[in-house]
Design a protein around this ligand. Sequence first.
Ligand code: ADP
Ligand code: MG
Length: 401
Amino acid sequence: MSVAEHAVSTTDGVSGVEIELEHVTKRYPGTREAAVDDFSMIVPAGKIVVFVGPSGCGKTTTMRMINRLIEPTSGRITIGGDDALKLDVDTLRRRIGYAIQQAGLFPHFTVAQNIGVVPGLLGWDKQKVTSRVEEMMDLVGLDPADFRDRYPRQLSGGQQQRVGVARALAADPPVLLMDEPFGAVDPITRGNLQDELLRLQTELKKTIVFVTHDFDEAVKLGDKIAVLGNSSTILQYDTPDAILANPANDTVAGFVGAGASLKQLTLLRVRDVELKQDALTAGLDDSPAEVRDKLTQARKRFVLVLDHRRRPTRWVHVRELGTASSLGSVGKPLRDVVSLQSTLQDALEAMLAEGGGVPVTGPKGEYAGTIELDTVIATLHQLREDHADDHVDGHTEGASA
Ligand code: ADP
Ligand code: MG
């Protein structure tokens, strides 16, 4: 299958294909209600569509019918124009990467073996599998030298999820199904994994169906969101902005929850706002005395120390520089950095944790500037004004509170 053997495309073309579900129903044997009842949807090529809905509403069942881990009772599913129900199951699954909660890694396989499973099954030669595994590890931010030979139990939850994503992508499938893949990790790791997925997607442009019960995650990741009710009834299928601005009914409004305008911060990314470039930076090997002079001249109290790859590592106060032997041995390690892909909500949370502006990193983790609280506040004001324009015909009542 040429689509599976292709290396990751480096052009800006979409590598994903459209998925269409038509009147798809699933009735499990011995149950009265259909788990999925007459579900119809088009998932556009190269986009992320998020299914969000309460536990038991049929999200997993709907998703698993796409790769036929569950066979539909009736209906039609096409993938890139091919009838999924008529394709040979192995051929179908080669086109579809699948990532789940807890990563689902094979415990007795190393990281490299786990990632190389599908290429191995496809009969790629050893050399090609090895280089593909390394490429995937780089892609998800795991250093091959460090992680290649570890077993899943020797990884954190977040690292396991990265391996799970790398494995799903290894054979370069045009479609990726992700079922609550970040559900089992802590909130900070979760935010980082979400950022990584968005960064990957700007390169890969797969068709991704992502399941979650967390509306904020849906808003952050989705090009479109399908809010599902019982038996996978589609309550609303639209862009995050449209759903936040105009929930289709009370059930959807309940899901959107309070603070819809604050949630709009999850629609804006750090790359959309202006970063400050006035922080003083220094390298790990710079002389503490010289850096202290520079700080004094610039009338600043803190220097941001960057490592050899220009990644931010710590803030150091001018007072600590008098006695320091090196810049790496003093100061306060950064608790939180945000990337250009992070949402303004993530940035706001990081600022609250740091007690001020936070460093922002670019595609390779390199320092790109800092984001400050006043930038976020100005953006919120702007959003409110736009919102007021939409809904009260240009009057600004209520916007000055
Ligand atoms: P979700 O992923 O939204 O939590 P599921 O798709 O897992 O929902 O489940 C939808 C409904 O189908 C639930 O009522 C669940 O109990 C039922 N269900 C799921 N799997 C089976 C099964 N193998 N046999 C019978 N009922 C099932
Ligand atoms: Mg589920």
